[in-house]
Design a protein around this ligand. Sequence first.
Ligand code: UDP
Length: 355
Amino acid sequence: MEGNPLCRIDSTVCSDLAMAINKLREAGLSDVFHGKRFLVSGGAGFLGSWLVDTLYMLGAEKITVVDNLSTGSLDNIRHLLGTGRVELVDKPVEALSPVKGYDYVLHLAARPSPDDYMEHPVETLRASSLGTEVMLESARLSDAVFLLTSTSEVYGHAQVVPTPETYWGYVNPVGPRSCYDEGKRYAEALAMAYMRQYGLDVRISRIFNTYGPRLDWRSPGYGRVVVKFIAQALRGEPLTVHGTGRQTRSFLYVADNIEAHLRLLAPREELRGAIVNIGSSDEITILELAKLVLEITGSASGIVYLPPRPDDPPRRRPDITKARRLLDWKPQTTLQEGLRKTTRWIQNKILLPPK
Ligand code: UDP
């Protein structure tokens, strides 16, 4: 395993990466990515940069990050850019010409925050449609393994909860969330078409709410709930609950998510064409989450109620039976523990002088 310059600047992320890598070692997967070449769209984003750091530590020979830094950040990968093994192509994924020479092509570029994608519906659809096509073509030219990070949003207002991968979804095709939901549904369909028509080795993860360090907590207009609540609590501002707060989500800590993804990328024949929910099965209401954040941060902030977001899914919880069986994986980090780590990470950033 390679040292990571990150460990000199971010002990929280560094120790979580070590934890994920230990789990991979136990699973016999710590060597399989050594010397491999990766094309990663969205590699400067939240999950993308965690994956890039992990692959770097597992000895990847070359990692090309394609990211226009619209919702990602240079801060997430800067520590790797001088190493000679990681490069950044600063453009929207759909503006890339298909490239060859990779062992793995990972398509993570997306705008997953509802507040943000509802402001940028066209860019959101382009990343999932044209962007997916460019990345699939790159995988086809390279004869690479292709990963699409899809989303629980393909299930829409799921009528079956916990939701298994066999559920087809209940989605408003023209609503304000459709740019994300339908974009990802199209991306899944296109990936499966490449598998059926060209025999490409395709793997699809459907990611349920994931949180942790590096999730954008400070840009106005990027409002993922966990980090937004933590930042509000630390600043002594009221926590903004949309609607009644009775809507539910199931929150997975990022290190567990990354471990699941690396297991999904393992060189195993039975993973070709696999579609797997990656998430936590602990469901919680948004109001309960707000109270838990207040308790963990020790904040005296109150709670204010805002109008509900349009088309906000009332319940979301994955059935993770398939991930447990196929990937031999289960979440390790409790919500309390993950919230504490994320709080510490944000607290350190708040205390740091602005650059
Ligand atoms: N939410 C909230 N207050 C906020 C931000 C989000 O109550 O300031 C709620 C939102 O309405 C949704 C849940 O938290 O029910 C999760 O929102 P998020 O943006 O994290 O992602 P989503 O799961 O909706 O994609």
